[in-house]
Design a protein around this ligand. Structure first.
Ligand code: AMP
Length: 618
């Protein structure tokens, strides 16, 4: 395995750097390391003793970003410029989020397509990758400040249910922040490692990881065998967490205030109630009563009443645990260990309920806010080869992927993935009636294939004629224990298939791998900008082509003024593409989408009526 650190500032390769574990959380993020002297994993504390960094980014009028506590303070005064929960946006399209849009106080750019979401502030667009990279950059610089040495390599954690796109987005965010992402690790896997579970290669265990944070809940069932963690099932609720426990108490206290004749519809009273409720909830984790004074009125809560209020919420989490067990086809007595993660597992009623449910003691000796980062640090340490007791599985030194529209690299098997490995994804054609699809296989870390290493290329021929976007082409990568990569392509509608075998590592030595990694990090920002531009241009070109086809096909359904307006917009969009102005392209694509939407809907109506009257059947 290539073991190198790269100093981004100087571009030099260096051996003296810290390798960190990063828990990139929805609400808070933090960094941990394995100390060289004690070999213990510890969370990095700031000088003021704080280790958590709020995962919040604020943009001022000059589009300068502030991250962490300073940004959190802007949440109430500048909600439209303060981005929280960017993790919920990672790898999501607007369509994926249409149910959740009420949750976000900032503007999510709505192009109603499958394209990935962006956040809009003034006339700037930010991808979730850029937003996460700002948080990671802040974590990196804080870590460098505390450790007094460069931090260039990291393991970053993601929820077990993250799909391939979301994992790739997280990897890209790390790269954009100037970090060599050694591996993306599941949060429950990291939590298990923090408790030492899975470190012994001879160990075989089934573990449940119960993670109740501020705004989300998830439970994962893992099977650990010979150091390999397999996720058997995950379940949860992306909108259930400590905030809901607070809310239960707010509702209870609000009733008392109203009984005493105090109106609670004032936002400052509600805000006070919310903050006091969270405070009281925390006190009740170690005391039997808590109280506060709001609008001159003393409000009390005792532990029994509080537990009564929150039990229905806890029960919902237990139902998820039940479902996860069922999906994993396991009985409760087959779970060997239960691990507690997330600040809300400090609530005694939560701990007791989970213990009773699993009929097993729970692992809660580590700080539940820190366990994921601690585990990530342990994984980073293993990957760096520092932990000599640990068996290191074979891994791929460089990412493997294929070329997609616009000459972009689409990674199927990321670098540092375990060997053997298997990955697949579905693609489609970009032209109507396209009968051949050229599949170019590349290796490397750059966003444009032109900068990567071409391994092979083959064609899937004689695809039956279909409109663009309709064929479903499944591409599978199978990397065997000897490093041989088998690539297969199958058009699923017709069953047409083609396969090729490649020796992926052929002719590649360590220094070439190092050079390729160094290039990818030094060019990360330009690469990412180029990728964003190519993606925006490709999307815009497709929008133009669809609109032009539409105009010629349904000319009778569009009036002269609409036609003129649309043509003007198309011209403007073409200009933006020619100018390579990414934000302009996105803005004009949105405008074109807006003005064509009403007549697209009208034509749908006509088409529907035609179909209903029987004219166009078949
Ligand atoms: P996390 O997202 O894991 O950082 O969890 C944050 C959540 O944990 C918030 O809802 C906090 O109110 C909650 N929390 C933190 N400390 C305590 C505590 N001592 N008792 C109960 N809840 C807590």
């Amino acid at each position: 395995m290539a073991k190198i650190g790269i100093n981004i500032a100087t571009g030099s390769i260096q051996k003296e750097d810290a390798i960190v574990g990063i828990d990139l959380g929805t609400t808070n993020s933090l960094v941990a390391i394995v100390r060289e002297d004690s070999r213990q994993a510890i969370a990095l504390k700031e000088i003021d003793g704080m280790s958590l960094v709020p995962s919040v980014v604020f943009f001022d009028e000059q589009n300068q970003a502030q991250v962490g506590t300073a940004a959190l303070e802007k949440l109430l005064s500048h909600p439209e410029r303060t981005i929280y929960s960017a993790k919920r946006l990672m790898g999501k399209s607007y369509k994926d989020l249409s149910q959740d849009s009420h949750f976000f106080a900032y503007k999510i750019h709505d192009d109603a397509t499958d394209a990935l979401v962006k956040v809009q502030i003034d006339d700037q667009f930010y991808s979730p990758i850029e937003l996460s990279s700002l948080i990671l950059k802040e974590l990196k610089s804080r870590a460098e400040h505390v450790l007094k040495m460069p931090v260039n390599r990291a393991v970053i954690t993601v929820p077990a249910y993250f799909n391939d796109t979301q994992r790739q987005a997280t990897r890209d965010a790390g790269k954009l922040a100037g970090l060599d992402v050694l591996r993306i690790v599941n949060e429950p896997t990291a939590a298990s490692l923090a408790y030492g579970i899975g470190l012994d290669p001879n160990e075989e265990k089934t573990v449940a990881v119960y993670d109740l944070g501020g705004g989300t809940f998830d439970v994962s069932i893992l099977k650990i065998n010979q150091g390999i963690f397999e996720v058997l099932a995950t379940n949860g609720d992306t909108y259930l967490g400590g905030d809901d426990l607070d809310r239960a108490l707010v509702v209870y206290w609000k009733e008392q205030l109203e009984k005493a004749g105090i109106a609670c519809d004032h936002s400052s009273i509600l805000q006070q109630l919310r903050l006091s409720a969270e405070q009281a909830k925390k006190e009740l984790s170690s005391a039997s009563t808590a109280s506060t004074i709001i609008a001159g009125q003393t409000l009390n809560i005792d532990i029994e009443t509080f537990e009564g209020l929150i039990q229905p919420l806890i029960n919902r989490t237990l139902q998820s645990c039940q479902q996860a067990l069922q999906d994993a086809q396991l009985r409760i007595d087959q779970i060997d260990s239960v691990i507690m993660v997330g600040g809300s597992t400090r609530v005694p009623a939560v701990k007791n309920s989970v213990r009773d449910f699993f009929k097993n003691e729970v692992n809660d000796s580590l700080n539940p806010d820190e366990v994921v980062a601690l585990g990530a640090a342990i994984q980073a340490d293993i990957l760096a080869g520092n932990n000599t007791d640990m068996l290191l599985l074979d891994i791929t030194p460089l990412s493997l992927g294929i070329e997609t529209l616009g000459g972009l690299m689409d990674v199927l098997i990321p670098r540092n993935a375990k060997i053997p490995n298997k990955a697949g994804r579905q693609y489609t054609t970009s032209q109507d009636g396209q009968s051949n699809l050229l599949i170019n296989v590349y290796q490397g870390e750059r966003d444009q294939v032109a900068h990567n290493r071409k391994l092979a290329s083959f064609s899937l021929r004689n695809i039956p004629a279909m409109p663009a976007g309709l064929p479903k082409i499944d591409i599978q990568f199978l990397l065997d224990a000897d490093g041989i990569l088998k690539v297969s392509a199958t058009e699923l509608r017709s069953g047409l298939a083609q396969e090729i075998s490649i020796k992926a590592q052929y002719g590649l030595d360590d220094s070439m791998v190092e050079q390729m990694l160094l290039d990818s990090l030094t060019h990360a920002k330009d690469d990412m900008q180029m990728r964003a531009l190519i993606e925006a241009s490709t999307e815009a070109e497709q929008m133009i082509s669809t609109t032009e086809k539409f105009l010629s096909k349904y000319a009778e359904a569009i009036n002269k003024e609409e036609l003129e307006q649309t043509n003007i917009q198309i011209e403007q969009l073409k200009n933006r593409i020619a100018l390579k102005d990414k934000d302009g392209i996105q803005k004009n694509t949105e405008l074109l989408n807006e003005i064509t939407r009403p007549f697209a809907e009208r034509v749908m109506d006509i088409a529907l009526k035609d179909a209903m009257s029987g004219k166009k059947i078949l």
